[in-house]
Ligand binder design. Structure first.
Ligand code: CP
Length: 330
């Protein structure tokens, strides 16, 4: 991808797994732009960030300004990015509900908004309701753009924190078996996660979804082209005993519009409850990008295998790492 701000990844400093130069991070618009070496570097910095938060703080982004433009609701992504920037000594300017409270309400295009905000901030974090919005924004931006989720398209920083969580919790990334459960057609987190899982050796992916929200063909085709084993199942109980990770997702009511009947057909099929936990191995985990509605029962929360709140907290460290690497170098 090229644009006013140049390619998403440009040659730069740092060292990859085989001693090759690591690309310098610029825009983050899709999960495919990351490889094992760049993830390893991001995760190493994220671990440093855990220490920064616990012990001494940092001013490395002093006088730098991050703009958060959110055209869709968010708790975790917006607040963890804003916390990340502040914990590194930077400043935040923000417009939530941007469709209503920014000049988008007067008809301004996304491209014009990005051109303007790039004059006020050193980096833009964008959540939008259209699948290609971050790429469009990056193509006209004078400053780095980070996708904070593009409609039903992708959520690449969520996928990075998800992989970071799997490594932290399970202790490895090769040979992982994972069940992706719920709204796989509209779930941008699971779509981005598939791209990242394909970078590791011999993952095994189970798709467990109601008929109306099964994983789309583009992701299945990508996995096929990369020799990744995947299968579909309608039996979460059976799959639960086979996997290291159950990655549950919410049925996304907001993506169905007036297709109320389809939404009703999709919801309530696959619930992670105590009965599912009993089928899981002692060292498997349950993940969820959150928010949840009713697809994980509250009595699961007390089980040590419930990793979803730890997963959300990891978002802070991974986003601190990304901001530091983009704004202060690898
Ligand atoms: N996981 C996630 O993207 O959560 P938010 O919608 O709260 O940002």
């Amino acid at each position: 991808m090229t644009g006013a701000a140049g390619p998403a990844l440009a040659a730069g400093h740092g060292t990859g797994e085989k001693g090759d130069p690591l690309p310098v991070l610029r825009h983050i618009v899709e999960a495919q732009q990351f490889d094992r070496a760049s993830m390893a570097r991001i995760f190493a910095v994220a671990r440093e960030m855990e220490q920064v938060v616990q012990h001494y703080g940092s001013n490395i982004l002093n006088r730098r300004v991050m703009a958060t433009l959110f055209y869709e609701p968010s708790t975790r992504t917006r607040l963890s990015f804003e916390s990340a920037m502040r914990r590194l000594g930077g400043e935040v300017i923000t417009t939530e509900s941007a469709q209503e409270f920014s000049s988008a309400a007067k008809g301004e295009t996304l491209e014009d908004t990005i051109r303007i905000v790039g004059g006020y901030a050193d980096i833009i974090v964008l959540r939008h309701f259209e699948s290609d919005a971050s790429r469009r924004a990056a193509s006209v931006s004078s400053v780095p753009v980070i996708s904070a989720g593009d409609g039903p398209g992708q959520h690449p920083t969520q996928a990075l924190l998800d992989v970071y969580t799997i490594e932290r919790e399970i202790g490895r990334l090769d040979g992982i078996s994972i069940a992706l459960v719920g709204d796989l057609a509209n779930g941008r987190t699971v779509r981005s996660l598939c791209y990242l899982l394909a970078k590791f050796d011999s993952p095994r992916i189970y798709f467990v979804a109601p008929e109306v929200v099964r994983m789309r063909g583009d992701i299945k085709g990508y996995l096929d082209r990369h020799g990744i084993r995947w299968e579909e199942s309608d039996d979460l109980g059976a799959v639960a005993g086979e996997v290291d990770v159950i990655y549950q997702t919410r049925i996304q009511r907001e993506r169905f519009g007036d297709r109320v009947q389809e939404y009703q057909q999709a919801r309530g099929h696959y619930i992670v409850d105590r009965a599912i936990l009993e089928r899981m191995s002692a060292d498997a985990i349950v993940m969820h990008p959150l928010p949840r509605v009713d697809e994980i029962t509250p009595d699961v929360d007390q089980d040590p295998r419930a990793a979803y709140f730890r997963q959300a907290h990891n978002g802070l460290y991974v986003r601190m790492a990304l901001l530091r690497m983009i704004l202060a170098g690898p």
